[in-house]
Design a binder for this molecule. Sequence first.
Ligand code: BGC
Length: 824
Amino acid sequence: MKATGAATATPAVGIGANDASAEKRSIAGVIDEMTLEQKVGQMTQVAIDDLGAGFCPGTAFNDHDDVETVGELFTELNVGSILSGGSTGPTFDGTEFVTGLNRLQEHALENTDPAVPFVWGCDALHGNTLLDGCTSFPQRLNMGATRDVELVETAATHTGNEIAAMGGHWIFGPTVDVLRDMRWGRYFEGHSEDPMLVGELGKARARGFQRTGRVAATVKHFAGYGTPNTGRDRTPVRTSMRDLRTRQLPAYERALEQAKTVMVNSGAVNGKPAHASRWLLTQVLRERYEFDGVVLTDWDDFERMLTNHQYLPDTEEGWRLAVKQGLEAGIDMHMCGGETPPTDFIETTVDLVESGELPEDRIDESVRRILELKRDLGLFDQPYAPEDEIDDLVGGARDVSEQLAKESLVLLENENAVLPLEGTENVLLTGPGIEAGTRNRFLMQHGGWTLGWQGIENGDLTEDGPRPRQTTIAGALSDRLGDQFMHVPTEFEAAPFTSINENFDNGFFDVTDEQKAAIVDAAHTADAVVIVLGEGPHNEGFGDRDKMRFPEAQRKLVELIDEETDDDVSLVGVVLAGSPRGTEETFDRLDAVLFAGQPGSDTGIAVVDTLFGDYNPSGRLPFTWEANVGHVPLFYDDYPPRQSVDAEEAMVQYEFGHGLSYTDWEYSELSVSHDSVCDPATSPTVTARVTVENTGELAGEHVIDVHNTEFYGSVLQPVRRLMGFERVELRPGETTTVEIELDLSTLEVVPGDVPGNRAKVVEAGEYELSVGDETTMLTIENAASVTDSEPMPGRYDIDNDGTEDFEDAMELYRRIKQRGGAGK
Ligand code: BGC
């Protein structure tokens, strides 16, 4: 595709028929000028996934019958937004992307009146993983293991800059769904099971994405999407009102401080599809959190109210009700994916307004938010992106990506300090997922949303790409060891689109007889065997699984090597997976286990530097690793007892925060800046001070977690709560004293009886704070709310009309009076 020259053309397109900038004409004025169809067009986002031939306005658009070409989406339907879902666009080339989007924008602007620029959105969720040669940053679960908010933000800034430079405007991230169930196919997306950690990382990532000023971030999937009942994607959320308000919503609320847009949860919360919940989308999001940005549905989610939730009949009338309820609930824009032709949404909405069932004001409110977003992104002044920025950015931020990858590796086991290896050993590397030479083995290190929805679409790779920029474990080990390196890869085939029905291992794994013989041969001459284990790339429902054990072929592989080698051969497992994958049955046979997650582009260098001690592991598990799938879901901040008390030890394999180092760390002198806080509402933070010493023999980085570990209040308290964390780097023998800000809102609970509808408070009393075995006490003198002093939103909606107003107060008064309660 050739450059159009659009970037150098006069940019003064602006709102209106090529004649004025946003400053000259108010958004309200433009809305007045628009027809109802044009307004609803702005509220429509269309997936253009199947565009074989780029963004050319004349490209045939066959997804729906509504229009013949992509250009007509704008000229015929006035759509306000397009997206390339699943981390794939019409091209993998950055320059083609930016010139194509510019050309399409030019077409849209020159052929519409009022001329309103479109916004293009995508899932750049661990780097801008839509382009050939991209840097694939570690996945979100890895980011959670680093606890390195600053570095995570730097990676997000690079991603935002890259999306802007390729002509894009909108990133559908960060995902801030709190994790609890490893069976869920999107577990790798969620950062952590701790709401504060998720929220802080989400906030930093939103800030990073948006730093350029030309890109909007999305907090998704509002709210509770991360705890699907049964672990199946898009099933109802497993929560209670108390849990939702204290441990799920706060993660979103933190990230909302930065993000300009929100995407809604595809599931249902407490029996109500989130897309139809006025409580969630208006009373909580708009009224309580005062969020005035754009709220977007997820993919075809009005349709899903019929097909997935069976909430409405799968008929024309059912569809009409879904649109009506969604818009009444507070949605601004509908994402038309594969199932929903844009005209279905546009015509239904127009009809709802014309028939008087939906006030036009509701439409105007959404259009205002959408136009304000476009204005804030600078699109009315400069609708085109410069075409010379992208080349320098693709594949960049290598140092950030490598450091993040290293910090994200979690050392689970290291018996007899077999790691780090010395470098003089003969090392056999085996297992799947380790090198670039084979058709799709390397996919295991990246995971979903990498050059394709499921992690390179279908796993069907062409010889010449596209590929992320990458180092592999095999490549890096071979570079390091030369002649001492032996390698016997085993069979692996990615399994996207089949695992939901037939492959819960997220991949097909095998070890042929020939490979077994070669492995045994090589193992006999090895001093150490590195065995890569884990699962293939996956995404959404296709990644849902019912297993925690490693796939059978991998378990047998470890058994074989264990039986064929002497005790002095070190067996090291490296787990590449987007979830806690692996159980004692396998770990017991290994001397060391490194949970690598999905570290992305720099997997090879990060893993190999760690195996040889050039990097000292510092990652901490951002989740609880149950002993087996039957114990799922256990999470560290649940109410006690998490399961039957006596069985607890056997139920958890590795606790939240677990992570070993090659050196030893000792804490002392834990104290807190104020022993007592009079009013948490006015003093919402305190500072913990703790001295930490590297008492071992290797330099290293170390994450210090501060928890509340004991408190007796009026309702059950979580077993542990993370209140703050900090990362330090120390040489052997070095000591430092760190100050860690503790956020008292992490202690908020909903007091009162079962309904859980009172205002959240930090209750008065004595709180034990802990860092490792060090403890100190913090007294809260008076109960107070830190984040929200009001009771549950909607509590006073006595007449059930979705608002809390004077009528409700009167009705309440009448009822109390009838019961004889007034005046007593
Ligand atoms: C996912 C979203 C994503 C959207 C667009 C949906 O299937 O649930 O997280 O942003 O697709 O690709």
